[in-house]
Write a protein that binds this ligand. Structure first.
Ligand SMILES: [Zn+2]
Ligand SMILES: [Zn+2]
Length: 339
């Protein structure tokens, strides 16, 4: 069967690997239909993702159909069902796992990063990682995981209806954070440097938008929040200036949620951590409740999924597409590979 393989020196090819045997007890064989390319995959391709195997079969954003089930798999995972998957693993014995926060397992191996992923025609997974998504198309299923990461950040920020939430960065993950903050009744301020992304943010639930390149961020926030600053800032960029912005602009006794994976260390005014008595929280991956919340949201049919899918390609187009994407990094929400 076909699979896509990426190497760290900007190589990407279609390879032929063995089709999996029929699933063992507790396993599910999936026929892959769509898999999304994520920012981590372009980083792998460019040699900037040191966590990834080299070479690696990428793919952790999955839309698939159940092809066969082994014995002992629950009834709701039936042959023919449309599903997505939880691409993370957890070791069961690290500090995170002991606290039940398995999404932040110290020894996590995400599909397509630390272990070979789903960009292949078939894959076998333990049933616990298979998430039924009845009513969604397999194409839309491939958007569930990246939106879940944004949803999880909102849980970490304990966002409620009385909060004003600023989401910095309106890529897929930031948009997920905007959607869930709005679903929880918060007032959402979206910040980005791209007006098209801000327009989409507004469509997905932001009440206010700020182009941080063209307006004075501090003054605009002061006007929008009665001089208080946002109660919650969700950092979904991963750059030094946006981390600094989060600490400077968040309200006194506010919360900062960090999802942006910064490649360099940031110099931060730690005095404000104390003066403002801040809660600064990391957010990593997503947990089953976040996946289910995204599926519920997508079932409402209000998500402009066509705008989130920038391109759909065949496996053979992957190399050219990754090259194009690496040259046009700001233009892409998701590229789906159709198997
Ligand atoms: Zn991803
Ligand atoms: Zn663990």
């Amino acid at each position: 069967m076909k699979a896509i393989e990426i190497s760290h020196n900007q190589e990407c090819r279609v390879i032929d690997i063995d089709t999996p045997a029929s699933p063992a007890a507790g396993e599910v064989l999936l026929r892959i239909e769509y898999v999304g390319f994520c920012g981590s995959d372009i980083n792998t391709f460019m040699g900037r993702n040191l966590m990834a195997l080299n070479p690696v079969i990428p793919g952790h954003e999955v839309g698939a159909v159940v092809e066969a089930v082994g014995s002992g798999v629950p009834e709701n995972i039936k042959v023919g069902a449309i599903v997505t998957c939880n691409p993370y693993t957890n070791c069961g014995h690290c500090a995170s796992c002991r606290r039940g926060r398995v999404n932040a397992c110290q020894h996590n191996q995400t599909l397509g990063v630390q272990r070979n992923g789903a960009m292949r025609q078939f894959i076998t997974l333990p049933w616990q990682k298979v998430i039924p998504a009845e009513g969604l198309s397999s194409q839309v299923c491939a958007l569930v995981e990246p939106l879940s990461v944004g949803f999880h950040a909102v849980s970490r920020g304990a966002v409620t209806d009385i909060d004003t939430v600023m989401v910095v960065g309106c890529g897929m993950v930031g948009l997920g954070a905007i959607v869930r903050s709005a679903l929880r009744g918060a007032t959402v301020i979206a910040a980005d440097i791209d007006d098209d992304k801000l327009a989409l943010a507004r469509r997905m639930g932001a009440t206010h938008t700020i182009n941080t390149r063209t307006v004075d961020v501090h003054e605009t926030l002061a006007n929008l929040t009665g001089g208080m600053g946002p109660d919650v800032v969700i950092e979904a960029v991963g750059s030094v200036p946006t981390y600094q912005m989060a600490v400077n602009e968040v309200a006194f006794t506010g919360r900062i949620v960090c999802i942006g994976y910064a490649k360099s260390d940031a110099l931060l005014p730690t005095r404000l951590f104390v003066q403002k008595e801040l809660d600064i929280r990391g957010s990593r991956n997503a947990d089953p409740a976040d996946f289910n919340a995204v599926i519920r949201y997508l079932l409402r049919g209000e998500c402009p999924t066509d705008q989130l899918i920038t391109r759909t390609i065949a496996p053979e187009q992957a190399l050219d597409t990754l090259r194009w994407w690496s040259e046009n990094p700001g233009r892409v929400f998701r590229i789906l590979v159709k198997f």
